[in-house]
Ligand binder design. Structure first.
Ligand SMILES: Nc1ncnc2c1ncn2[C@@H]1O[C@H](COP(=O)(O)OP(=O)(O)OP(=O)(O)O)[C@@H](O)[C@H]1O
Ligand SMILES: [Mg+2]
Length: 231
């Protein structure tokens, strides 16, 4: 389980997160909802170690990882699928996936068939440059690259943003499959309400750097949550 406790995060003098709490459990999907600029990505930066926190702690598997660098957290099984995908455009599809090997011991540096089964399109495009894929294909590649690291927690930052409906469906299936395996914790950052509601076990809504509502999706007050998402 991952616990973020009382997180404060600043960019210079401007505060992006204030006393934010979050839990993500193995076998569950925890959704983070909220409008543009409310601090969703900042919270993921705090969890993955890409930006330091000023106050609070991040605990993973019983270990305080608040001060650990991002690469070390990745080796501990924390994988991040960044907003905007961040594919290496000059590297091939295969090389993009192999970049995930960095977190693995030498003997385990292999791309499992399971990954190609989840993303058949990638198998057909191994030699193509990342930059030549469509946005949807890049999103699938970005998820595949994260899965190559054999994560224990998978963090997806707005995976449906700017993606065509047919590929959103494919990504939905992949996330459902991963949840059913039960061995991973999944954090899903989304603004696409229905996508998050259909997949999520728990949710937290953010607004201007704080968590405003949270709970189990099954008990969610939809009207209230939607009111935080519309401008
Ligand atoms: N590197 C940065 N330097 C300065 N301010 C930043 C930086 N990154 C984010 N911010 C600011 O912090 C606040 C939270 O941004 P963040 O990216 O976490 O929001 P978000 O909820 O992920 O938004 P979106 O849905 O648009 O991705 C915003 O006001 C943003 O402008
Ligand atoms: Mg964001």
């Amino acid at each position: 389980m991952l616990t973020a406790k009382n997180i404060d995060l600043f960019y210079g003098a401007s505060q992006a997160l204030s006393e934010v709490n979050l839990e993500a459990k193995q076998g569950e999907i925890t959704c983070i909802l909220g409008r543009n600029g409310v601090g969703k990505t900042s919270l993921m930066q705090a969890i993955t170690g890409r930006h330091p926190v000023t106050e609070g702690s991040v605990v993973w598997d019983g270990k305080d990882i608040t001060k650990l660098p991002a690469a070390e957290r990745a080796r501990m099984g924390i994988a991040y699928v960044p907003q905007g995908r961040q594919i290496f455009s000059q590297l091939t599809v295969l090389e993009n996936m192999q970049s995930g090997f960095a977190t693995l011991p030498r003997g385990e540096r292999k791309i499992k068939d399971e990954i190609y089964d989840l993303f058949p399109v990638l198998r057909k495009m191994l030699r193509r440059r990342g930059g030549d894929l469509s946005g949807g294909q890049q999103q699938q590649l970005s998820i595949a690259r994260a899965l190559v690291t054999q994560p224990k927690i998978l963090i997806l930052d707005e995976p449906t943003e700017g993606i065509q409906p047919s590929i959103i469906k494919d990504i939905h299936k992949v996330i459902t499959y991963l949840r059913e395996q039960g061995d991973m914790a999944i954090i899903l950052v989304e603004q696409y309400f229905e996508f998050a509601r259909d997949l999520g076990d728990c949710y937290s809504v953010m607004d201007r750097g704080v968590v405003t509502v949270s709970g189990r999706v099954a008990e969610m007050d939809e009207q209230k949550v939607r009111s935080y998402l519309t401008v």
